[in-house]
Write a protein that binds this ligand. Sequence first.
Ligand code: NAD
Length: 335
Amino acid sequence: TTLRVALMGLGSYAARVAEAMQSCKRAKVTGLISGTPSKLQEWGTKYGVPEKSRYNYDNFDRIKDDADIDAVYIITPNAQHRDQAIRVAKAGKHVICEKPMAVNAKEGQEMLDACAEAGVKLLVGYRLHFEPKTLEVIRMRNAGDFGNILFFQGLSGFRIGDPSQWRLDKALAGGGSLMDIGIYAINGARYMVGEDPVWVTAQQTKTDPVKFKEGVDETIQFQLGFPSGAVASCLSTYQMNHLDRFFMTGERGFAELRPATGYGPIQGRTHKGELTQPHAMHQTIQMDEMAGILLDGNTPVVPVDGEEGLKDLKIIDAIYAASETGGRRQLRLSK
Ligand code: NAD
């Protein structure tokens, strides 16, 4: 069977997902939700979505009665995710939500609760959790190839352009670089080390307070401490290019992914040599695997469920709080 997906928010990332889904074996675009009638028309024609499965933000609750939609993939500005996800859940459809799942842990928890109450599943678009070279590093770690993990470094950033975009508007983005790109280092630290952090420290730098307004972080350095004693040191920024690197070292070996999170081929090496797993479009693999999770109850090696999204939001909350005070924040992520 095929997972029938409605895309919500027809922007640049949704365009990438829609293209990649054309190569999916188990997932298909069968619905569209947009505030722009011309996009509904254009995308509808391009992807073969009939008019009856095209919705806008006022009427999409009607997907409840659309038998051709199993799940809605929310690809809108961050601050909209919570309300949209709750409406999708109430319509009885599974929710796939882009990262960051919400703009803070409180809103993330509300999404989990709404999905649980409605009896639908909540997944987060963590495409790298299905990426072959990433999974090989995780396999090697679990096999003990690196020995005890001691240190992780995550560098995630780019120089952001247009100052008027929603990513630089706190009301729509929920924050700045950390919400958008730093979350890759947070999430990566967790799947590379294979543990959840128990403390956080953070420092914030702002060189351009005109472009990066109150509540929109430009650059944050943060450190995470893990139960085993491993430590992560990460950089999140909207002010520097060429930052997409994960490095991890243990008692017996190392892994480096660079680029670690971009859309193109992930590249990397370990103390045993180059990683050679073939590249496939991340969003194609992701959506096929999500079909397996939602339709067959498959369990992925690295989780992509709402609990996973919520952990990252709790860490983001703690990083922002620590960066205000310069102090250390304790974390308790598992129940
Ligand atoms: P985008 O600006 O290209 O698209 C956003 C879409 O939302 C547009 O179609 C826009 O019309 C619509 N929208 C609805 N209400 C809006 C409003 N009030 N203001 C602005 N736009 C509004 O953004 P994007 O890059 O596609 O990002 C969308 C989401 O996808 C974000 O949550 C982002 O973090 C996530 N994303 C994830 C990845 C990934 O690799 N997983 C990559 C890019 C973006």
